[in-house]
Design a binder for this molecule. Structure first.
Ligand SMILES: Cc1ncc(COP(=O)(O)O)c(C=O)c1O
Length: 440
């Protein structure tokens, strides 16, 4: 359909949302005869599989019908929720009062909005770069592109459990301003996601301290997207650093731990000096975060700790079951896992089976072809690792050091939180069916 007006080039240049592309494989399978005996299994999206705690549901309906919840609220969110979240974070990170206060916490309309807002605050378009490990969460890559900020991709080596290379990051920061695509860009931030989407890799406290020290040395913020922090104990010790506010920015989400993704609540924990700047952007983007969910959750957070712990234990048990099931299938191997995700290597031998995977003879076999056949013919919808990397012919690869292993494009992301153990158990025969189709 044609338009009688223009679309901004940055939007045109940004990849379309990838999940619908993978979801489209499901109906192809559903229309096949196999679907009548073996149902479609959807492990594509990192969403919670169970309803919020009954007390949360009751409080949501109680507040949804009030005049108060219908009014605008504060830009940075309800004072009561900010106070309550600050207390939860002190508990989670093991720090005392003063180390993290209400004034350090802003509520946003989801963590994705927190990230985009932050880019607007930190990065001048066309002159900035951001250090970001690859594989990368696709919405981060898309947000950078929308803001005309160059990604300085840091390889997360599969042989190192997908931990990003500190040495490569140091080299980017030491170089400083760099000429990229005809423009001089300067590094403005380091972004890490832990537990990671897509790989599940969870960086230990010591590793995160090294990244923090690097960020501090080069006077850039360390932005941690901790959307999945409710699925690890004591994620790191950085909030105990007396000067953490000068360097650390931690993003959070209520979507996963509290299982309310549709209510759109996230958070930025950072220096009040940064939150002051963030308010300028948030005033235009959100005016206030959704009030019903804030009012509902604020008094409940302390009593939901047990629920979060149970949810985390259930997901951890499912990850173990998943590893047992997948590793038992010849050629398949769980390369890393954590939080909601497992990153799985498909059999090496698939590389020589282009025709069986619906590709032209001799064509390169990548994760997208494998995930498509797994979806369309075996009824398991996942996201290929290719969705979390630049296209293999993108010139950006020339600027990523030691990226050969990643370019093998041999991994598929399984989201395991939104399915039951019964579904996980059905995966073995499905992967065996794929092996049979491919002939390995
Ligand atoms: C790393 C990461 N950040 C942010 C989000 C989005 O979180 P929210 O629902 O709070 O916007 C997701 C959701 O999948 C995610 O995986």
């Amino acid at each position: 359909m044609s338009l009688r007006y223009a679309i901004a080039p940055a939007v045109r240049a940004t990849a379309a949302p990838p999940i619908p592309k993978a979801k489209a494989w499901g109906p192809v399978y559903a229309a096949s005869s196999a679907a009548s005996t073996a149902p479609l299994l959807d492990l594509s999206q990192g969403v919670p599989g169970t309803a919020p705690h009954p007390r949360v549901l009751a409080a949501l309906s109680e507040h949804a019908g009030t005049f108060e919840a219908a009014k605008y609220g504060s830009i940075h969110g309800e004072g009561a929720l900010r106070t309550a979240l600050a207390a939860e974070l002190r508990e989670k990170y093991g720090v005392g009062p003063g180390a993290l206060e209400q004034a350090d916490v802003g509520i946003t309309t989801g963590c994705n909005m927190a990230f985009l807002t932050l880019l607007m605050v930190l990065c001048e378009p066309h002159t900035s770069s951001v250090l970001i490990p690859v594989p990368a969460y696709f919405n981060h890559a898309m947000s950078l592109s929308l803001q005309s900020v160059e990604p300085a991709y840091i390889p997360a080596d599969p042989a190192q459990g997908f931990r990003p290379s500190l040495a490569a990051a140091r080299a980017v920061l030491e170089q400083g301003a760099a000429r990229v695509n005809g423009r001089d860009v300067t590094p403005r931030a380091i972004v890490l996601v832990t537990p990671n989407n897509p790989t599940g890799a969870t960086y230990d406290g010591e590793t995160l301290k090294q990244w923090y020290d690097l960020a501090k040395e080069f006077r850039v913020p360390l932005v941690l997207d901790e959307t999945y922090r409710d699925f690890v104990d004591a994620p790191h010790g950085l909030f105990a650093e007396p000067d953490w506010r000068e360097t650390l920015i931690s993003l959070g989400s209520f979507s996963k731990g509290y299982r309310v993704p549709g209510h759109r609540l996230g958070s930025i924990t950072a220096s009040p000096a940064l939150l002051h700047e963030v308010a300028t952007v948030l005033d235009c983007m959100q005016i206030c975060p959704p009030r019903t969910a804030q009012l509902a959750l604020a008094p409940l957070l302390p009593e939901l700790r047990g629920d979060l712990a149970e949810g985390s234990a259930a997901v951890a048990a499912r990850r173990r079951l998943f590893e047992d099931v997948v590793n038992a299938v010849p050629g398949w191997h769980v390369a890393s896992s954590g939080g909601y995700f497992a990153y799985v290597r498909f059999p090496e031998a698939y590389g020589a089976r282009a025709a069986e995977l619906g590709l032209a003879q001799g064509e390169r076999v990548g994760s997208e072809a494998v995930a498509r056949v797994l979806g369309e013919r075996c009824g398991v919808v996942t996201l290929p690792g290719a969705f979390f990397m630049p296209a293999l012919d993108d010139p950006v690869w020339a600027r990523i050091p030691d990226a050969e292993a990643l370019r093998a494009d041999q991994w598929i992301r399984f989201a395991i939180a939104n399915v039951s153990d019964e579904v996980i158990k059905q995966l073995g025969p499905r992967l065996e069916k794929l092996n049979a189709i491919v002939g390995v």
